[in-house]
Design a protein. Structure first.
Length: 277
């Protein structure tokens, strides 16, 4: 049984490595048409290097991407006592192993939505997959919204997943109660997928490729859209909402900070500029 779990860990972490490299390659090809900016890669380790680390890839100040981070990590350790009750299977001894990828892209053009994607495999006394994808536009585009949701629905149906359940979970999760408003147009969100490892792993793989397809199509459809300083101002205020959610409510932020992750990588999701009224 133990060897089987180790095989699962290896398969999952290898997939996240491949996907990180694939996303970086695809995004650099898109950026190449504008400023030819490339990602900078930074490796990091936990204080106890035996507990793993990760690779952070960051591109800033591009002609297409204002800021985009593509982060991957594989870490292990023991959760703080006060955090154990919040993680499935960690209540007794706090031991965990986790591998995953997280992507956040803030676009220079305000007409192109910001995008967020992450998938992860976590092992405590239980084991499960989690993750999702969502988009945060500054300007509403119903056609764009329907297209994104159709592609996410298709990948769910292909893998016998409950799209409506995941969509509702995303709508409820990416919501700012203190503002009484959603963060963006939604997407899908899932967690604690413990049954049928093979099926869940296939779904996580397909979702990663779907994320690339959705993001590329969204960019290519809007990249020539004209914008002005008023549009940019609206984008900066929308980014302020993004910051509020990530610092107040985001599970990934809390998990990373409570598992000894790299602070700079965890806060990679924050935009380069934002405004508040």
């Amino acid at each position: 049984m133990k060897n089987f779990i180790e095989i699962k860990k290896t398969l999952a972490s290898n997939w996240f490595k491949f996907l990180q490299e694939k996303i970086v390659e695809e995004f650099e090809l898109l950026e190449k048409k504008y400023k030819k900016k490339k990602f900078t890669k930074r490796e990091w380790s936990k204080d106890n290097k035996k507990e793993g680390g990760g690779i952070s890839c960051l591109l800033e100040g591009g002609g297409l991407f204002d800021k985009v981070g593509v982060n991957r990590s594989t870490v292990s350790g023991i959760f703080k006592k006060e955090f154990r009750s919040k993680i499935l299977g960690a209540e007794r001894d706090g031991k965990y192993w986790a591998s995953g990828i997280s992507v956040v892209a803030h676009m220079k053009n305000p007409k192109i939505p910001a995008v967020h994607f992450n998938t992860r495999f976590i092992v405590t006394s239980k084991e499960w997959f989690g993750g999702g994808m969502d988009a945060t536009p500054t300007f509403h585009d119903e056609k764009e919204k329907k297209n994104i949701h159709k592609k996410l629905k298709d990948v769910c149906l292909k893998n016998k997943k409950n799209y409506q359940k995941y969509k509702k979970w995303c709508d409820n999760y990416f919501y700012l109660p203190h503002r009484n408003e959603p963060r963006g147009l939604g997407g899908i969100f899932f967690d604690y997928e413990t049954k049928d490892w093979d099926q869940n792993f296939k779904f996580v793989q397909d979702l990663g490729i779907t994320f690339i397809d959705i993001t590329k199509e969204m960019i290519l459809n809007k990249i020539k859209s004209k914008w002005n300083t008023v549009d940019k101002e609206k984008q900066l205020y929308k980014r302020g909402r993004y910051v509020e959610f990530n610092l107040l409510y985001d599970r990934g932020t809390k998990f990373g900070l409570n598992s000894g992750g790299n602070t700079e990588s965890i806060l990679m999701s924050l935009p380069p500029q934002a405004k508040w009224k």
